[in-house]
Design a protein around this ligand. Sequence first.
Ligand SMILES: NCc1[nH]cc(CCC(=O)O)c1CC(=O)O
Length: 312
Amino acid sequence: MTEKTKLVRIATRKSALALWQAEFVKAQLEHFHDDVRVELVPMSTQGDIILDTPLAKIGGKGLFVKELEQAMLDGRADIAVHSMKDVPVEFPDDLELHTICEREDPRDAFVSNNFVNIDTLPQGAIVGTSSLRRQCQIRAMRPDLEIRDLRGNVNTRLAKLDSGQYDAIILAAAGLIRLEMGERIRDFIEPEVSLPANGQGAVGIECRIDDTVTKALLAPLEHNETRIRVNAERAMNRHLEGGCQVPIGAYALVEGDQVHLRGLVGAIDGSEILRDEISGHVDDAEKLGVELAKKLLAQGADKVLADVYRDA
Ligand SMILES: NCc1[nH]cc(CCC(=O)O)c1CC(=O)O
């Protein structure tokens, strides 16, 4: 028997989805390297602890990642596995987002026990979502619906729907699919109807910049096309200075050597939505993200976002 020598410790949140993602990376690392042993280091973050306040009000980018990053900086863990959607656009000096894994379905999902899609919801139906981006796009489409805040991990949100507090809820399809609850999805909401958040459905791996041993082990987990898409999307968000708790959508597709990026900035009540898009060579993914952000700013995105920050 070969002795397993290298140990990789994964800092992870304790939610079912976070643990799934950490287990996924563990399995991948062990699949690619016979001599690697992987341990999970589960921990709670501020975002997990403060459950009674709408996320937009707590503010503070990186609510779900700070503790994980501290563990890596202290040497208690080697990597952290994140939903790319929740990763702040900036990193602490000694850490980097080294790896982006292949993307799962990036769409938002409509979940309900009584209705098959948004169109068939009756007037005044109660829809649960904690995302300003989803809220803004649903309101623009159906101003007659009542949007109510919905916090908690995936299981908590489904339990709140099942207890009758909402007629329907909107959440990321990827989370449901990963937790093997994809059958609860009544309708996939296409990007034309609800533009996803930057990075939605993609898993990223963060580590210390100087940890060359771990970085070499992570290399086979990198997915180039996903990296290009997420780079373009994140560059747009970064230029707009938007965290994940803002009504901003960014969604890129790759076709051959071209990347097509769509962006959206909206008012929370859906009264105003700015959209634009851009295409170009995959090598320019980040530049295109910045260009698209500039186009949106030229349309007045800065004013729309300033109103959001003031009212939130
Ligand atoms: N904001 C929480 C969060 N972060 C990642 C996902 C889903 C999985 C993903 O996008 O990778 C979710 C749940 C949701 O938005 O419904």
